[in-house]
Design a protein around this ligand. Structure first.
Ligand SMILES: [Zn+2]
Length: 190
């Protein structure tokens, strides 16, 4: 599964698509909420802070990695932003998509520790899914020093190599579009 870096970059990309729906006044709050939503399924790892990773690992990637969790948390975020002028239907869909993108990305990772895979369609089905082709080799997370393990650095590099070009391309496209609109307003060649 991707690291929090990968999930955050994926959320950044998705938030870049939707940001024009947000009033600039709420920009910082929107971006923070998007980054939280994109990492939210891994909230099931939080007890590891107290209990240790080995105790928590068998319960990781349970119902927090499902379409049901995405729908419920997406609604909560959407409801919050509804008060800030974003239609509930859009906010719900957008934040549910952010949470579910995390789940889908995890299903593309390497998973060798039971339970294998994620329950993509829970509560409709408890079947677990894992891509036969592993795109993300995953990270070692036994201790803090593992952070700089070459295996992890390869994973971080891979995630940056996938998502940063997407973010960059989207930024360039938006910039070019903005310039085109400005020129059109000034009456120059588009
Ligand atoms: Zn996860």
């Amino acid at each position: 599964m991707p690291s929090p870096i990968g999930h955050t970059l994926a959320s950044w990309f998705l938030a870049s698509i939707a940001e024009r729906k947000i009033h600039p006044r709420d920009g910082a709050m929107f971006w923070a909420a998007a980054m939280i939503a994109g990492n939210l399924p891994d909230v099931d790892l939080l007890p590891a802070v107290v209990l240790g990773l080995e105790a928590v690992a068998p319960f990781h990637q349970g119902i927090t990695h499902s379409i049901g969790f995405a729908a419920v948390t997406g609604f909560s975020f959407g409801f919050f932003f509804r008060k800030r002028g974003i239609p509930l239907s859009f906010g719900w869909f957008f934040f549910a998509a952010l949470v579910y993108a995390h789940v889908l990305l995890d299903s593309l990772g390497d998973d060798t520790f039971p339970p294998i895979g994620v329950m993509l369609f829970w509560p409709f089905s408890s079947e677990r899914f894992l891509s036969p082709v592993s795109v993300f080799p995953g990270v070692k997370k036994g201790s803090l020093t593992d952070l700089w393990d070459p295996h992890n650095l390869v994973e971080f590099g891979l995630e940056a190599g996938i998502f940063l070009p997407l973010i960059g391309a989207l930024w360039l496209w938006k910039r070019a579009r903005l310039k085109g609109v400005s020129r059109a307003k000034l009456g120059g060649p588009a």
